[in-house]
Design a protein around this ligand. Structure first.
Ligand code: URA
Length: 212
């Protein structure tokens, strides 16, 4: 597993405003989309392309196009939905699937409650969207689920990660032999006793949608 922290002043600026407790939901949603678009630029560095012949108004030349089938983007419900538009801005032809996973607040473990994905996932590249890599339970479960369904290249885009979650993912994915990359805007200090990232930004779902 590779972890890529995107080091860019615009990413740092937008993340700082997202973290601030006084940032309201509409601003939080807009900044999340903008931040994801910046992260998506890095996250798609290995998106599969193929050579293609084209003709410009001046001369024939060769270029590249995304290979078919298009990559699959999978937001993890609910908070991952707030990242979808930002990702689609760079990958408008991507197919979109949905995975509903929720953290059991007592056990802090991830549970699946919904799944809407194309039938055949074999050989597909996938971009998983989940704003907070906290304990790592949700992402570990989602990645395992997708690999079992045939996905052979996974990039998870998160706004923030906790060192505990990164370590757990590394351990749990040792047996997974497809490439997995985590792209994030920052790795924070730690998790608190409630499983929140510190300093973090609070509950991403609540801040995106303004309700619990
Ligand atoms: N999920 C969140 O939304 N925030 C955290 O800090 C941890 C998990």
């Amino acid at each position: 597993m590779q972890v890529h922290v995107v080091d860019h002043p615009l990413v740092a600026h937008k993340l700082t405003v997202l973290r601030e407790a006084t940032t309201d939901s509409p601003t939080f949603r807009r900044l999340t989309e903008e931040l994801v678009t910046l992260l998506a630029y890095e996250a798609t560095r290995e998106v599969r392309v193929e050579a293609t012949d084209i003709t410009t108004p001046v001369a024939p030349t060769t270029g590249v196009r995304l290979t078919s089938p298009a990559p699959l983007v999978v937001p993890i419900l609910r908070a991952g939905l707030g990242m979808l538009e930002g990702m689609q801005r760079l990958l408008p032809t991507a197919e979109v699937g949905f995975l509903g996973m929720i953290r059991n607040e007592e056990t802090l473990k991830a549970e699946t409650y919904a799944e809407r994905l194309p039938e055949d996932l074999s050989g597909r590249q996938c971009y998983l969207l989940d704003p907070m890599l906290a304990t790592g339970g949700t992402l570990a479960m989602a990645i395992d689920f997708l690999v079992r369904r045939g996905i052979d290249h996974i990039t998870a885009v998160t706004l923030l990660a906790a060192p505990e979650g990164v370590r757990r993912l590394e351990k749990e994915l040792e047996h997974v032999d497809v490439p997995v990359t985590i792209v994030t805007a920052a790795i924070d200090e730690r998790l608190d006793e409630n499983g929140y990232i510190v300093p973090g930004l609070g509950d991403a779902g609540d801040r995106l949608y303004g309700v619990v």
